[in-house]
Design a protein around this ligand. Structure first.
Ligand code: ZN
Ligand code: ZN
Length: 190
């Protein structure tokens, strides 16, 4: 290798080094640009995140508002239902009371009509008979009077051979061929 070759060779090396330096500068510039872009991207990302957060909060609020609205509507419906039920109950009760009043009036009228027609209810069979067909007899306790039809009188009561009153069969004692009431029998014993 002569001197010229040596110098030329050195020149090549220097050129190569300069080229490499330029390349490094270029790369550093690109790196800086990239870093800036990353920063921008991060800011943008943060903004997006904030926006997303806001949207989520808004959604939550909206849901709460909706829920409150739904609950409110439900309450209103329930109140309306309760009110109509109360009205219905009131009306039903009023109707029942009126019907009962009417029945009472009808019963009163019927009783009055029966009195006027001089009908009387038999204490035994509960049928109505003209007063002439009803007889006063002595009841089970021998004190109270029963008003009975002739048929019931013959079936459930017997005429005492002493006092000639009709007594309930449970108070009639047979002595020989005589039938007397327990009161007459007691008096006989004394
Ligand atoms: Zn009777
Ligand atoms: Zn008697």
């Amino acid at each position: 290798m002569n001197n010229t070759e040596l110098i030329n060779g050195f020149g090549d090396v220097m050129q190569h080094i300069r080229n490499q330096e330029k390349r490094i500068q270029q790369l550093e510039k690109e790196k800086q640009e990239l870093e800036e872009k990353v920063d921008e991207a991060q800011v943008a990302f943060k903004d997006l995140n904030d926006e997303l957060y806001d949207l989520r909060e808004f959604k939550k609020d909206a849901e709460h508002t909706c829920a409150a609205h739904v609950v409110m509507e439900d309450m209103m419906k329930r109140i309306a239902r309760a009110e109509s039920r109360e009205n219905f109950t009131k009306k039903t009760l009023e109707k029942e009371i009126n019907e009962k009043k009417q029945l009472r009036t009808e019963i009163n009228e019927l009783e009055y009509a029966l009195e006027k027609a001089e009908l009387c209810k038999c204490d035994q069979c509960s049928e109505y008979f003209p007063i002439a067909g009803i007889e006063d007899v002595l009841g089970v306790n021998s004190i109270n009077c029963d008003m009975v039809c002739l048929e019931c009188r013959d079936e459930h009561y017997t005429q005492c051979d002493e006092c000639m009153d009709y007594h309930h069969n449970s108070n009639i004692i047979t002595i020989g061929d005589r039938q007397v009431c327990s009161q007459c029998q007691e008096e006989d014993e004394e």
